[in-house]
Design a protein around this ligand. Structure first.
Ligand code: PLP
Length: 374
């Protein structure tokens, strides 16, 4: 294994719901969830059943052949965008690559691609060109397509007739958990409508119910042209979804493709996950739990906390100390969390986290912040 990820020194051996345990038997409340991919928690019984059933059928079918499991899942996605076209891939970055290629193909002759400061869209070359952090880009900058990064507030005025698309995370995740304002999004939408420019919503971290609706954009009043999902869509199995309305058009023939994208195994689990969003009302629960969690953190009134931000189950806490100090302290107390930049602590709890898990995280967080004050 490459050493790019560092090593937290934990070997995860098992998990159920919002709890994971390591190979020594130590238990953790998992509010990191594999960078948000275990959105339904670990080993959700309904997803395990769906996976078991799917494992006895073909795992993969050749491109150009139909699969009932894939068709069912695509039909479900049409609840979100009627008569949608869908391109299925295997990761967030791939869903963004697809959206970038699609947008360029749909707006031939235009050259300008806009993304936002603090944006994170992935690390393959196309996605990396849209990602803001210069540290992530520096070794490959000669290979990257040109993208202009602008502040969200200036985005509307930067949109012109030469612009292909604006890429937006409705709630910026890796960049520090910054929800965009409804007003800013409305201005961008109006500017894009006036110039026939596409809006691509990267909902890889914020979407699929985490922020209170299946489409996070809609929580903030935005109707994007193209939407990208990944992470929790199939409960943590690899998948990327690129979704757009049929009347926009399509890729040019042979313009894109993937061997594994849309495989029946993953589509079966994604389809069950979508059922759960509806039957268990997980997005609504996410909105309630996230709001209560953030309000309890604000009530701690810690002098080390500069701001508590977020929507639904995506929470960021601005700190006056390095976030990793808190991440490490929580880990010692049996809680998994992560950072979002050097000074922001991030929590990505699963839908299935219980009140007792939130309570334990709040108690431990308070103890750690008080300890760091001294
Ligand atoms: C908003 C956003 N876009 C894109 C990606 C890239 O997804 P992946 O790591 O699956 O390629 C991520 C991953 O964290 C993300 O949070």
């Amino acid at each position: 294994m490459s050493e790019i990820y560092g090593n937290r020194g934990i070997e995860i051996a098992g998990g159920a719901g919002a709890v994971a345990w390591d190979s020594t038997g130590k238990r953790y409340i998992d509010f990191m969830c594999g960078h948000g991919a275990a959105l339904f928690g670990h080993a959700h019984p309904a997803l395990v059943t769906a996976l078991n059933e799917a494992s006895g059928r073909p795992w993969t079918v050749g491109a150009g052949m139909r699969s009932p499991q894939r068709e069912k899942f695509i039909e479900q996605l049409r609840d979100l965008v009627p008569d949608a076209r869908v391109y299925l891939s295997n990761s967030g970055a791939e869903s963004i690559e697809a959206a970038l290629k699609l947008a360029v193909a749909l707006r031939p002759g235009r050259k300008r691609i806009l993304a936002l400061r603090r944006a994170f869209h992935g690390r393959t070359l196309g996605a990396l060109s849209l990602t803001f952090n210069p540290q992530y880009r520096k070794y490959w900058k000669d290979l990257l397509p040109e993208v202009t990064h602008i502040s969200p507030e200036n985005a509307a005025e930067e949109v012109d007739e030469n612009t292909v698309a604006v890429f937006i995370e409705p709630v910026q995740g890796e960049g520090g958990v910054y929800p965009l304002s409804e007003e800013t999004l409305k201005d961008i939408r109006n500017a894009c409508n006036a110039k026939d420019v596409l809006i691509v919503a990267d909902e890889i971290q914020s979407g699929w119910g985490r922020c209170g609706k299946v489409l996070a954009s809609r929580v903030l009043g935005l109707e994007p042209d193209i939407t990208c999902f990944a992470k929790g869509v199939a409960g943590g199995l690899p998948i990327g979804v690129t979704l757009w309305s049929r009347d926009l058009g399509d890729f040019p023939v042979k313009g894109h493709g993937s061997t594994y994208g849309g495989n029946p195994l993953v589509c079966s689990v994604a389809s069950k996950a979508y059922d759960l969003l509806k039957s268990e009302k997980y997005p609504e629960k996410a909105a309630r739990d996230g709001e209560a969690f953030r309000s309890a953190i604000k009530n701690m009134a810690s002098p080390l906390v500069t701001e508590v931000r977020g929507v639904g189950l995506l929470t960021g806490i601005g700190l006056t100390v390095k976030a990793n100090l808190v991440v490490n302290g929580l880990e010692e107390k049996g809680i998994l969390s992560l950072n979002a930049g050097p000074m922001v602590l991030r929590f990505l709890p699963p839908f299935t986290a219980l009140d007792e898990h939130y309570d334990q995280v709040l108690v431990s967080l308070k103890e750690i912040l008080e300890g760091l004050e001294k």
